[in-house]
Ligand binder design. Structure first.
Ligand code: MRU
Length: 351
């Protein structure tokens, strides 16, 4: 049995993470305490993946609140919640879990600070435990869509590092490996930040899963040659109609898959569904520093200094390109709109 990856945990008065920017070279844990450290860890992708940043931010709210002066508790809480939410815009889990923590504290106004703090700690732990259970259920439902002998294409990293334990997009692979089923993966390297090469390949290798790294622009040929039986991807925010924002390049993989008749499965927990977005056009897309394209990960810059770079971190895969959506409640087939609202309509709205 695999050892679960402890990518995010509470550790005394700190949030402990694996610094994902150091993988695969080094496995380094960081204990983060200050609001600036906590914000920076999300913004610079030391902790990343939609569910993981939601869990991390929930623990962060508790760790910060534990240090507040009682006279300034609620103004400080509101200031820090807003600050954490501003660290990244696309994954709805971040704002959703921070707002859940904030709402709980506000609902307890007037109670002793110690009581509020222990409730915040319990709530953050509950958010984490819920994600573990959802990932397990997603892995089980997703595995039902695959067959022994299949090879899937993955994009970005939707494994244990990005979530809890099984992961979402990688969950079926992890579960298959545990059960001795032969399911292999082609791993998109995922330019420009290489979450596929650095993190997915590392996780799959550690789990003993047969994986082959490819550059993103090799997926079309792999599909044309019949090497891929399904595309599995996670999600950062899903709109009410099933449009799915995920790592830049997911849309391209889905368009290729449609051309070559390969099914596309998007795997996500309900904490990533945002019914307040009618369509993907309502989802904010993070745009990051162009230096990530030009120079990051290279010993020397690979483009001239001063060249203009455009670096959107996510794209939206249209619901018409998605063969099935896999959540903790099972597998949904089109049309998604009414089904998502019926199943998840009681989720709180974030914006
Ligand atoms: O910029 P990142 O690395 O945080 O982007 C993450 C992704 O796009 C993942 O695929 C997504 O969060 C799903 S993780 C279960």
């Amino acid at each position: 049995m695999r050892e679960p990856v402890q990518n995010v945990a509470l550790s005394g008065g700190a949030v402990r993470i694996i610094d994902q920017t150091r993988l695969p070279g080094e496995l380094v844990y960081l204990d983060l305490r200050t609001r600036e450290e906590l914000y920076e860890a999300i913004h610079s992708l030391r902790v990343r993946g939609a569910p993981a940043i939601g869990i991390f931010a929930a623990y962060a709210v508790y760790v910060l609140a534990a240090e507040y002066d009682p006279a300034d508790f609620f103004p400080a809480l509101d200031r820090d919640c807003d600050y954490l939410i501003s660290s990244r815009p696309t994954a709805v889990n971040l704002a959703r879990q921070v707002e859940r923590m904030r709402a709980l504290a506000h609902a307890m106004k007037g109670q002793p600070q110690e009581t509020i703090l222990s409730a915040l700690r319990a709530e953050a732990t509950a958010i984490h435990q819920e994600d573990i259970a959802m990932c397990r259920a997603i892995a089980e439902a997703g595995l039902g869509l695959l067959h022994p002998g299949d090879t899937v294409l993955t994009h970005c990293n939707a494994g244990p590092l990005a979530t809890s334990e099984y992961g979402t997009g990688l969950g079926p692979l992890m579960l298959a490996a545990e059960r001795g089923l032969d399911i292999k993966a082609y791993v998109d390297e995922t330019r420009p930040l290489l979450q596929g090469a650095r993190l997915t390949a590392w996780e799959l290798q550690n789990a003993g899963i047969d994986c082959t790294l490819i550059c993103d622009n090799m997926a079309a040929l792999a599909m044309q040659q019949g090497k891929i039986q399904a595309v599995l991807a996670g999600c950062d925010r899903m709109a009410a109609n099933g449009d799915a924002a995920n790592k830049i390049g997911t849309m391209g993989a889905a368009i290729l898959a449609k051309h070559f008749g390969v099914p596309v499965y998007i795997l996500l927990p309900s904490s990533t569904i945002d019914l307040s977005c009618a369509t993907g056009a309502d989802i904010p897309i993070e745009c990051r520093d162009g230096e990530e394209i030009r120079a990051k990960w290279y010993a020397q810059p690979m483009a001239p200094a001063g060249v203009k770079c455009w670096n959107p971190a996510f794209d939206v895969t249209d619901h018409t390109l998605i063969t099935a959506i896999v959540t903790e409640k099972g597998v949904l087939y089109p049309p998604y709109e009414g089904q998502l609202a019926a199943l998840f309509g009681n989720k709180e709205e974030t914006e």
